[in-house]
Design a protein around this ligand. Structure first.
Ligand code: MN
Length: 745
């Protein structure tokens, strides 16, 4: 229930601060009181002369906010920051002044609160509200900023009576739509309820007063009922040997109010106006209590909820049940452990309390704070201690939230620029944009938008339209798509010109000429490959950025190569190869062979015979310039050569080579004999080699079911000799086939 401002007594700040100091001392929290006093002194001096609407010195608000922060159980830096939370906004003091005396963490928190304070909201539809909440969370970065902002708002709402009606309404709406949901999201039940009740008081005073009046008129009945039930439950539970604390309370006004509207009831139709809470030490006790209460009273079907086994998204845990008490009055009972109770009351702020409870004990921190982490959906921080100190809200790290001049919140990808903003409003706005300003200052189009920025776009009827650079500046895919669409539509002629130039230059890079692709038999097939019906269509696409010129040329080149394979038609590649051969024939005259091989244009280069196809004199061969290992020689019927890629890089590496007149004495090559399995096979093979005087380097045999496969590496002078060997082997009894290794199938 909303706390009422106590009379019209003007609070004395020094007295108030004394009470705060005592509260901190009583709480057992280990804080440097000198530092907190210094913060109070600084705030008092800075705000001196400033008054609140009720006539009290401004600094009383700061002490009150700090007081709420203590109730929330926040840490020392937070208390210091709460005392100073308005000095950047409302006094001469700066970030540096705070940082110098209290350190950067405190200054950062105060600066964060200031930023949130500067955000202006106007009432909007639900979706906008969700964006606003996200924006605030995203802006806060440090969770303590949000918590202090909630403390600030709570005190302002408590003292709202002195404001104008207009301001009461605006602030209450904001509180209802923004701050109460954030408190809820952070699991801070207590703050949420108070914010809601206070806001309701100003938003619907009639409804609020009606509920208050009814409650007051029934207060005696309710009180005695609650007292009665409390005693009954406590006695029975203790008789059963359980250690319990039983509380009862009237439900908060706004929850009754919402129920009235949701169920279209007047307050007389709502029976469960009060709720009971049983707090125990352990989870098994929770369920024991539940069993006993269901034994004492008749449960209302369908009202049992187990948030212990399935916690709410904000990590709230409890067991809820509704039962019928004496006189047929239903009431709700919430059963939870003390741990769950703290989490429910203070939510995310509770972890500071935990820390004090466990002073010195680090183990288990990770587990305890795990829920905070899940709550924040943060995937980044993993170290528990680090996490504690850098508790960051980074759940919206990949988004940025900005305002339109009308106050709409626009949600854009992080890194977005005014161009993204303009196109997110409407493509017509983007296309006619001539300038942009952020927070009233003119910015460049590549300015990176920050959370909370107010963005304004200047447009002109006769604007030149987007420039191509915008495609690089825009961060969102949708803006880029719209820009491309514009180029596609508005600038066809220009695009064709531009696209043609880009295409031709790329063609040239790949060693092709226009004549190579415009052959009337080939062109339709090439266009089909790039999915355009004419060259102009394709140029237009390249021109506006719908297709990269390299991609178009690569696809065409691949297709040319394929057509060459299929039809045997002389294509460009072949012509290029022929030209290369001619050049090479001229060059080779002066080249000395290496291992009996002549390499085009290269004298005395490093040569190796590939292992895959082991070429020997008499084979048609081709060379491949390897990376750093000279030229590798392959047969032209090698499987690897057949599979070569027709990329410009790769195709250039394949070069012509040939056997010289003088060759080596012998070359190694590999063959495979496949035979039916039989005894004496290896002996027979060995005999043939012996007879032919063939030198064998390795011979390996393996059986696969009914077959024997024999791999042989042997030395030979050339193809003629090898053929003779193969024929002999093939004639052996049982031999199915004899193959050279590495040939294409
Ligand atoms: Mn304030």
């Amino acid at each position: 229930m909303a706390e009422k401002e106590s009379e019209n007594k003007i609070p004395d700040p020094d007295e108030q601060f004394e009470a705060l100091s005592k509260k901190i001392a009583d709480s057992g929290m280990d804080m440097d009181m000198g530092r907190i006093e210094a913060a109070y002194a600084m705030a008092r001096l800075a705000h001196s002369g400033q008054l609140r609407r009720d006539g009290s010195p401004y600094v009383t608000h700061c002490v009150a906010a700090a007081d709420i922060a203590v109730d929330m159980g926040l840490d020392e830096d937070s208390i210091v920051a709460a005392l100073l939370h308005d000095v950047i906004e409302d006094t001469q003091l700066t970030y540096q002044d705070i940082a110098r005396q209290f350190g950067e963490p405190v200054a950062n928190i105060v600066e964060g609160v200031t930023k949130l304070t500067r955000v202006q909201y106007t009432s909007k539809e639900d979706e906008q509200m969700e964006n606003l909440r996200k924006m605030l969370m995203a802006m806060a970065k440090d969770i303590r900023v949000i918590l202090i902002k909630i403390a600030d708002r709570l005190h302002n709402m408590r003292t709202m009576a002195y404001q104008t009606e207009e301001k009461q309404r605006i602030k209450s709406l904001e509180t209802m739509e923004i701050y109460a949901p954030i408190a809820h999201r952070l699991g801070m039940q207590k703050a949420k309820w108070e914010l809601e009740d206070l806001a309701l008081m100003y938003l619907d005073p009639t409804g609020y007063n009606e509920i208050m009046k009814t409650l007051e008129s029934r207060m005696d009945t309710l009180k005695s009922f609650m007292q009665n039930m409390e005693t009954k439950m406590k006695k029975r539970l203790e008789d059963e040997g359980l250690q319990v604390t039983v509380y009862s309370r009237i439900k908060h006004i706004y929850s009754i109010y919402r129920k009235m509207y949701a169920q279209k009831l007047d307050i007389n139709g709502i029976f469960d106006l009060c709720a009971f809470r049983v707090i125990v030490d352990t989870i098994p006790d929770c369920y024991n209590v539940l069993g006993i209460i269901h034994d004492m009273f008749k449960p209302v079907p369908g009202r049992f909820k187990d948030y212990i086994s399935t916690p709410k998204p904000n990590m709230y845990q409890s067991v809820h049940t509704t039962v019928i008490g004496s006189e047929g009055i239903p009431f709700e009972v919430q059963i939870r452990t003390w741990d769950m109770h703290r989490t429910a009351e203070y939510g995310i702020a509770a972890h500071w309390k935990y820390k004090i409870g466990d002073s010195g004990v680090k183990t288990g921190d990770e587990e305890k704070f795990a829920w905070v982490r899940r709550l924040l959906e943060s995937q980044q921080e993993s170290d528990a201690t680090d996490f504690f100190h850098n508790l960051k809200i980074d759940m919206f790290a990949d988004e940025v939230f900005v305002f339109s001049p009308k106050g709409d919140v626009i949600n854009l990808p992080a890194g977005a620029t005014p161009i993204d903003f303009a196109y997110s409003i409407h493509s017509a706005v983007g296309n006619s944009m001539v300038g942009a300003s952020v927070n009233g200052r003119i910015v460049n189009f590549d300015y990176v938008l920050q959370n909370g920025d107010i963005v304004e776009v200047r447009t002109a009827k006769n604007a030149a339209g987007p420039s191509r650079d915008w495609l690089n500046i825009a961060k969102s895919g949708s803006a880029r798509t719209k820009i491309k669409q514009w180029f596609k539509k508005e600038r066809r002629e220009e695009n064709i010109e531009r696209g043609r130039a880009m295409f031709e230059s790329e063609l040239k890079n790949k060693g092709l000429r226009m004549e190579d692709i415009t052959d009337e038999e080939i062109l339709p097939q090439l266009l089909k490959k790039v999915s355009y019906s004419s060259l102009d269509e394709m140029y237009a696409a390249i021109g506006y950025g719908g297709m990269a010129a390299t991609r178009a040329v690569n696809r065409m080149k691949d297709e040319l190569a394929r057509l060459h394979h299929v039809s045997g038609k002389k294509t460009v590649l072949e012509k290029v190869t022929e030209a290369a051969e001619r050049r090479e024939n001229q060059a080779r005259k002066n080249i000395k062979p290496v291992h009996g091989v002549l390499v085009e244009g290269l004298d005395n280069c490093l040569i190796k015979f590939s292992r895959c196809c082991t070429p020997i004199p008499g084979d048609d061969i081709v060379g491949y310039i390897t990376r750093g290992q000279g030229v590798s020689i392959h047969r032209t019927d090698c499987a690897n050569y057949a599979r070569r890629e027709f990329t410009p890089e790769d195709i250039g590496r394949w070069i012509s080579v040939s056997w010289a007149d003088e060759i080596k004495e012998s070359y190694a090559t590999a063959i495979t004999v496949v035979s039916r399995e039989r005894s004496g096979l290896i002996m027979d093979i060995a005999t043939i080699f012996n007879t032919l005087n063939t030198k064998v380097r390795t011979i390996n045999a393996r059986d696969t079911g009914d077959k024997s496969i024999v791999n042989i590496t042997l030395e030979t002078t050339g193809l003629d000799e090898l053929k003779a060997i193969i024929n002999k082997l093939a004639a052996l009894p049982g031999v199915v086939e004899v193959n050279r290794n590495g040939g294409k199938k």
